[in-house]
Design a protein around this ligand. Structure first.
Ligand code: ADP
Ligand code: GLC
Length: 479
């Protein structure tokens, strides 16, 4: 008998994406052993999904569900994509709008609704999962509602849950009174050993407390979040659940991110042919960015949400100094206004050296991963990070801060032993970052052979899902 697994998440490629969570939810299920597991995915049906996807969904059923005193419509649509069945929870009141997320206040009700709806529709769609695998705070109430449902309904008895933390910073918090009013959960759930944290109701904490297993997306982050600096106020609960918690490193979709077949880049290449192939992609990128087309100058890429998490205050601190070096910088990202404006300004002030693209563009992201020499990711914290994995795959050497998944995936260059796949620095300090960038420049300009060997090693690393999917499978089997 196949084990039935249901993913519950707020985003997934190819339907809707704001960050790495979507990459993980949309790719991991494909890599499970189909003989042993039937994995399906449940997502909100956002109005903001592209029409090309919305048109493909087919209506399956609908029910009406109580959310305390509210009675809400819950529609279910389905679509099978690359062998995986996706369910979409439909409710225009909650999932309208131009963006999946909005004000914290409305998101709280939106995802409380979503979590309860995911459980409530299961009998109607005739799918009883053995395990529900919940991702991030938006699915945090699933294990809590499940606990509550079990008393009244045999259907839910024996279903296990896994809570995966992709980012502990986002927890879904609001005052207890309102969350009680939204969820209708009894006061019993709102104590400090359950949902309550710092006087608020906390969705992610609920998930962590009630899930049978807790995972996060790298080994280093799993350890870090048991400490006050990285624990975002929940280090105590992380520590207390440490025996049920494990880090499983993210992978990336090696079919989508494959420099040898990628149709979004100018010239495909492999770890054998990158010297010619990458050079063409670099020239193509420079041309697209209106930068001088020069194969000799080192091009540094950034593809990122523009937030504090990603270390942009360090970049702000030394960017003008960096612009004195012989480098070009290409940025693709959206996020906090101050960083968007900062890069627009640098693009203008250093016109022939910096090119900033303040929008979201899948195609350009691939061009950057393929066409740059180095990739900068000086994160303050990083649960796993996928961008550096994409860079490695395309032979673009990451320059990273030693935190979270960046530690587990980027091996710093060792000049003497001729090992490593990138460059790193340890303290959250702008000049330490600049020193790491300059060290990379030195190798790039003066030790080309070492650099190229590093590119070869980076490209030959395996960050596909093959290994990590097996770790999830063993965890499911042990449950
Ligand atoms: P996070 O999930 O914290 O944002 P990750 O490194 O795990 O960071 O994943 C980020 C994902 O989002 C990567 O697939 C990256 O290529 C993509 N991405 C981020 N910003 C943009 C953008 N402006 N355009 C295209 N892709 C982007
Ligand atoms: C989060 C983290 C990122 C991780 C991604 C997918 O957005 O910030 O580090 O790679 O989730 O797990």
């Amino acid at each position: 008998m196949k084990k039935k697994i249901l993913f519950v998440a707020s985003e997934s490629v190819p339907f809707i994406k704001t960050g790495g969570l979507a990459d993980v939810v949309g790719s991991l299920p494909k890599y499970y052993d189909k003989e042993k597991f039937d994995v399906r995915v449940m997502l909100p049906k956002y109005m903001s999904m592209k029409d090309e996807w919305k048109e493909k969904l087919t209506y399956k059923i609908h029910i009406y569900m109580d959310l305390n005193w509210r009675k809400q419509y819950v529609g279910v649509l389905t679509y099978e994509y690359q062998g995986i069945l996706f369910y979409f929870i439909d409710n225009e009141y909650y999932f309208g709008g131009n963006y999946p997320y909005g004000e914290a206040y409305t998101d709280i009700e939106k995802f409380a609704f979503f979590s309860k709806a995911c459980l409530s529709v299961l009998p109607a769609i005739e799918f009883r999962p053995d395990i529900i695998h919940c991702h991030d705070w938006q699915a945090g109430l699933v294990p809590v509602f499940l606990d509550h449902f079990r008393f009244a309904n045999d259907f839910y008895k024996g279903i296990k849950t896994v809570m995966t933390i992709h980012n502990l910073k986002f927890q879904g918090r609001w005052d207890i009174k309102r969350v009680q009013d939204i969820t209708g959960l009894p006061p019993y759930y709102f104590t400090s050993d359950k949902l309550e944290a710092y006087k608020d109701a906390n969705f992610l904490k609920g998930g962590i407390v009630y899930a049978d297993k807790v995972t996060t997306v790298s080994h280093t982050y799993a350890n870090e979040i048991q400490t006050p600096f990285y624990g975002e106020g929940l280090d105590g609960i992380m520590w207390s659940r440490r025996n049920d918690m494990m880090g499983i490193l993210n992978g990336i979709d090696y079919e989508v991110f494959n420099p040898a077949t990628d149709e979004l880049i100018k010239s495909t290449f492999s770890s054998v042919t990158f010297r010619q192939g990458k050079a063409k992609d670099k020239a193509d990128l420079q041309k697209f960015c209106n930068l001088p087309v020069d194969s000799k100058v080192m091009v540094i890429g950034i593809v990122s949400r523009l937030t504090d998490q990603k270390g942009f205050d360090l970049i702000a601190r030394v960017f003008e100094e960096l612009m004195g070096d012989q480098v070009q910088v290409v940025v693709l990202g959206t996020g906090e206004a101050r960083y968007e404006n900062m890069f627009k300004h640098y693009d203008w002030a250093f016109n022939d050296k910096c090119s900033a693209h303040i929008y979201y563009d899948e195609g350009l992201s691939h061009k950057i991963y393929a066409g740059c020499d180095a990739f900068l990711m000086p994160s303050l914290f990083e649960p796993c990070g996928l961008s550096q994995l994409m860079s490695l795959r395309y032979g673009t050497l990451p320059i990273v801060r030693e935190t979270g998944g960046l530690v587990d995936t980027v091996e710093p260059f060792n000049e003497y032993e001729k090992t490593g796949t990138g460059f790193s620095f340890s303290n959250y300090n702008a000049h330490e970052m600049l020193a790491a960038i300059r060290y990379a420049e030195r190798i790039f300009y003066d030790k080309k052979r070492d650099w190229n060997k590093m590119v070869e090693r980076a490209m030959n690393k395996d960050f596909s899902w093959d290994n990590s999917a097996k770790e999830y499978e063993s965890m499911y089997e042990a449950l």
